[in-house]
Design a protein around this ligand. Structure first.
Ligand SMILES: C[S@@+](CC[C@H](N)C(=O)[O-])C[C@H]1O[C@@H](n2cnc3c(N)ncnc32)[C@H](O)[C@@H]1O
Length: 254
C-alpha cells in the first residue's frame, strides 16, 4: 500500500495521459483536472482516484525511471534511460561500486548510477557549472538517493578527479578526451571507463584519447530501442520516435 512520500505513477483509465506525483502531496493540477494525493495515503497499489474533472486514474508504485522521466528538472541535455542502463552494464556498476562521473548535468545519469551502487557504493559526481549542480541536488534528493552521491563543483578537464582505486569512471561532457588521462589515474587496475558521445567527431576524438592513454578492451556500441504499437490487430513499429542519441565507448584500465 502507498505511504506518504512514495512516488505514484498515475495512469488515465482508458486514456493515454500519465503523470507521476508524490503521495500525500496535497492537491496537484494535471491537464485532466486536480488530483487529491492525500487520498492515496494508506491506499492499496492499483487504487483508482478521480480528478476534479471526473477523469479516473489508476495509481501504481512509480519506478525510479518513471520519476526521473516525469519529475526531474532539466538544465542540461539529459541521458536517455536506454543509454544510462547500457552504461551501467559496460561499466560493471553494481552494489558497492565506487564510481566517478562527469559532468553531473541535471543528475539523470547520476541518479541511475546511484540506484545501482546502493546500498554500499558511492557515486562521486563532478560538475563545473553551479546552476547545473543546484538542479541535480534537487533531483537526486527528490528520489532519496543523496546518501549515495557526493557532488562536487569541479572542472575535471583541468583538475581531474582527486580520487584513486575507483571501479568505474563515466564521462558525459563536452571534452571527455581532456579528462581521460585523469580517469586512468583514478581507476583501479581493471576498472572500467565509459564515455557517451553524440556526434561522430566527438566519438573519434574520445576514441583517440582512450587509445593514447593505453586503455584496453575498447568497444563502441549504439543502443537502438524502437517502440512498437502494442494494440492487438495493429501491432507494428511506432511511426515517430527517437532516432539518434549517441554511442557509448567502453574500455578497461589495463
Ligand atoms: C550533457 S550534460 C550531462 C548530462 C547528465 N549525464 C545527465 O544525464 O543529466 C554535460 C554536463 O557536463 C558539464 N561539463 C562539461 N565539461 C565539464 C568539465 N570539464 N568538468 C565538469 N563538468 C563538465 C556541463 O556543464 C554539463 O552540465
Amino acid at each position: 500500500m502507498f505511504k506518504r512520500g512514495d512516488w505514484a505513477l498515475l495512469l488515465e483509465v482508458g486514456g493515454g495521459y500519465r503523470t507521476v506525483a508524490k503521495v500525500g502531496g496535497g492537491v496537484v493540477q494535471t491537464i485532466r483536472g486536480f488530483l487529491d494525493l492525500d487520498a492515496l495515503v494508506g491506499a492499496p497499489y492499483g487504487s483508482v482516484l478521480s480528478s476534479s474533472l471526473g477523469v479516473r486514474f489508476m495509481a501504481l508504485p512509480a519506478t525510479i525511471f518513471d520519476v526521473i522521466e516525469h519529475r526531474f528538472k532539466r538544465k542540461a541535455q539529459a541521458i536517455y534511460p536506454k543509454d544510462a542502463v547500457h552504461i551501467v552494464r559496460v561499466a560493471g556498476v553494481g552494489p558497492g561500486s565506487r564510481v566517478a562521473e562527469a559532468g553531473t548535468g541535471s543528475g539523470f545519469l547520476t541518479a541511475v548510477l546511484a540506484w545501482y551502487v546502493r546500498p554500499w557504493g558511492v557515486v562521486y559526481s563532478f560538475e563545473r557549472r553551479l546552476d547545473h549542480l543546484r538542479v541535480a541536488v534537487d533531483n537526486i534528493r527528490s528520489v532519496g538517493l543523496d546518501p549515495y552521491v557526493e557532488l562536487q563543483l569541479r572542472d575535471v578537464s583541468a583538475s581531474g578527479f582527486g580520487l584513486a582505486g575507483l571501479d568505474a569512471v563515466v564521462l558525459d561532457m563536452g571534452d571527455p578526451w581532456a579528462a581521460v588521462p585523469y580517469a586512468k589515474e583514478a581507476l583501479k587496475p581493471g576498472g572500467a571507463l565509459a564515455i557517451f558521445s553524440t556526434t561522430v567527431e566527438h566519438l573519434v576524438k574520445s576514441l583517440a584519447a582512450v587509445e593514447e592513454a593505453g586503455f584496453c578492451e575498447v568497444s563502441v556500441e549504439e543502443v537502438l530501442a524502437r517502440r512498437w504499437k502494442p494494440t492487438l490487430g495493429e501491432v507494428r513499429p511506432e511511426t515517430f520516435g527517437v532516432v539518434h542519441t549517441g554511442w557509448i565507448i567502453a574500455a578497461r584500465n589495463c
